[in-house]
Design a protein around this ligand. Structure first.
Ligand SMILES: Nc1nc2c(ncn2[C@@H]2O[C@H](COP(=O)(O)OP(=O)(O)OP(=O)(O)O)[C@@H](O)[C@H]2O)c(=O)[nH]1
Ligand SMILES: [Mg+2]
Length: 297
């Protein structure tokens, strides 16, 4: 399905990022561990210029750990430093601080060569798509809730400096996307991650696409979560004589079964596909279908 979302406030947020990047020593870019390819904003590399970049694969608690390892190795091969984390949990602090120190070492040496001996704080711009967890990450580093967070895109409205210590300052920024997604898959993945305003989405189509994608790489995920037997699925499949063009019969059968099991019904006991789709996407987003990666390197 074709999804595009680039509201005006993102153009402004991107411009502010281009303005403020001049003030920082490094850029910390959050991507989603479940879909590192689709959640990479192609503008960031250009905006970062020759500043060092640290990539954080956030929400790793929701991703398939084996696949996340492959991504870290793939980035390493490209000479990029990447760390996987659950930013709600402070376990990552040591490794992120060590990486930031490594990446800013060159700058420290430059300062020294120029006769600047006082220890200046390392300043990092924190960026990434909407709802990826930038503010959550900052709050964890800080050890208290200072930046506003929320499970929907567009919570942070403007750039905000947060002083962590006299060694570290972080710039929180609003989530930005980019004007044209490369492919339908990218738009779908962003929507599934909750980075696109749900109000503009056809949630039923998105759910069908989720089912189709899960069937390829995690065929058991739906059956386990919703306790669906082979026979049930066969019966549901047989009940269809025709389906709309391009719609996958099996995906629809899953929705039929799940709608009934979860009581997503309209009057006359007809399945309420919209309510069912919301429930399934919510389950996916919150890890209730298991730890799932949508993309491999
Ligand atoms: N499971 C899980 N949830 C996370 C993680 N990091 C953040 N979240 C949740 O993701 C949601 C969005 O987090 P925010 O920190 O507000 O995201 P943001 O990137 O600042 O979003 P905007 O300001 O809207 O661009 C919140 O519900 C967080 O609790 C993580 O590592 N794992
Ligand atoms: Mg935020």
């Amino acid at each position: 399905m074709n999804i595009q979302w680039y509201p005006g406030h993102m153009t402004k947020a991107r411009r502010n990022m281009e303005r403020d990047v001049r003030l920082v020593d490094m850029v910390i870019e959050l991507r989603d561990a479940r879909a590192p390819y689709s959640t990479e904003n192609p503008d960031i590399k250009r905006i970062a210029g020759n500043r060092k970049r640290l990539i954080l694969l956030n929400k790793a608690d929701l991703a398939d750990p084996a696949v996340t390892k492959e991504w870290i190795a793939a980035y390493k091969k490209k000479g990029l430093e990447a760390i996987a984390l659950d930013s709600r949990n402070r376990d990552f602090i040591g490794s992120v601080k060590a990486a930031a120190a490594r990446l800013s070492e060159e700058k420290r040496q430059r300062d020294q060569a120029r006769g600047i001996t006082e220890q200046r704080p390392v300043k990092a711009l924190i960026c990434g798509i909407p709802n990826i967890g930038k503010s959550t990450f900052i709050n964890s580093v800080l050890g208290k809730a200072s930046a506003k967070t929320g499970n929907k895109p567009g919570v942070t409205k403007g750039n905000q400096w947060i002083t962590v210590s006299n060694e570290f300052m972080l710039l929180d920024t609003p989530g930005v996307l980019w004007p044209r997604f490369e492919s339908e898959e990218v738009g779908e993945a962003l929507a599934l991650m909750g980075s696109i305003n749900d109000d503009i989405l056809n949630i039923e189509d998105l759910c069908i696409r989720l089912i189709e994608r899960l069937r390829g790489s995690y065929p058991e995920a739906l059956r386990l979560r919703y306790d669906i037997s082979e026979e049930e699925l066969d019966r549901a499949l047989e009940s269809y004589e025709t389906v709309p063009l391009g719609v996958d019969k099996e995906a629809l059968s899953y929705m039929d079964i799940i709608a009934r099991k979860r009581g997503c019904l309209r009057r006359g006991a007809e399945p309420d596909y919209e309510r069912c789709a919301r429930l399934m996407i919510d389950d996916f987003r919150n890890g209730r279908l298991g730890r799932i990666s949508l993309e491999r390197p």
